[in-house]
Design a binder for this molecule. Sequence first.
Ligand SMILES: [Zn+2]
Length: 368
Amino acid sequence: MKKLLLFLLIPVFILAYRIDIQKWNKFSTFYGFLKQNSLPYSIYYNLPAKLKRYVRNIAKNETIFILRENNNFKEALIPINSQKQLQIIKNNNKYFTKIIPIIYNTEEKEVKVTINSYLSYDLYKATHLSILTNKIINIFNDRVNFRTLPKGTTISIIYDEKKRFSEIRNVKIVFAQIKNRFYSVNAFLNPIDNRYYDEKGRSLRGMFLKAPLRYTRISSPFGMRFHPILHKWRMHDGVDFVNKIGTPIHSVADGKIIYKGWIRGYGRSVEIRHKNGYMTLYAHLHGWPRGIYVGKWVKQGTVIGYLGNSGLSTGPHLHFGVMHNGKWVNPLKLKNNVKITLYGKKRRRFFAYIKQFTKENNINIALK
Ligand SMILES: [Zn+2]
């Protein structure tokens, strides 16, 4: 027995290959990298111009793999973007470079966490992944109030870990469930459109974002008010959000831009038409990003302007209005009223998918 053990250990000692893992920190330059690893500068000079530009801009914290044989450099792999890496090979004392795809391997993982302290802490403790928390909040934000999660809430997640060697590069949540004694919300990633839907085929995301911007406060709500400039009682048919000039303004829903320009009183504005008889107005803008024009289709979240002070305005703010079937409605009251639901062929394909998925993963949910 002892003999056998010794025999098994020998190959480990005579193994001459070693992989070094180096981090590309913010002080690294490609020259610095070559110098540190005793590689000739000619590697850089001989690169095509386009590649030179890439290697001068390698993102900080990228992971470099270096293979050595008997302490001699054999090969290096340096990622230049999320898909491609630069390979440097030493052969007969000559160096060769090549661009090759980065090979990722995907591993499916499962985790179930009971929230005892708070979401980010408990999720991190169970998975050692800090990005999961944000992803979960993003998926469920329109359905679940994360500030008031009841005691004993459990979160189950099935996710794919995308790895380059041993390093986790990305995480894709394919299923998640938040459950407590008051409610249970399920989110399936629909492979057809990459959006999350529940077991009834309703989108987890409301039709509207909660607000079109990050704001510091609301200076004027929807309703009657004494107008600060006109000094008269007037109906305020929108909501005024305050923040700094230049704050990006996002379209609150998918739609088509139907107006871009100056509106009396409102200043620089954008109007977007959405499904189900909705129209939104973004006013007092400072300006618009490039590529915003009448007729353009925008997605929920697209930046359509920047907060400003144009038109009849007492200070930098966004006037945000929502019209439904020709009538102004309170933008703060509609956030989750309308759900995007799958219909027809898309719905059948989604249900075929989740039927299979729940069976394979032993998930016990009543499907419609
Ligand atoms: Zn206003």
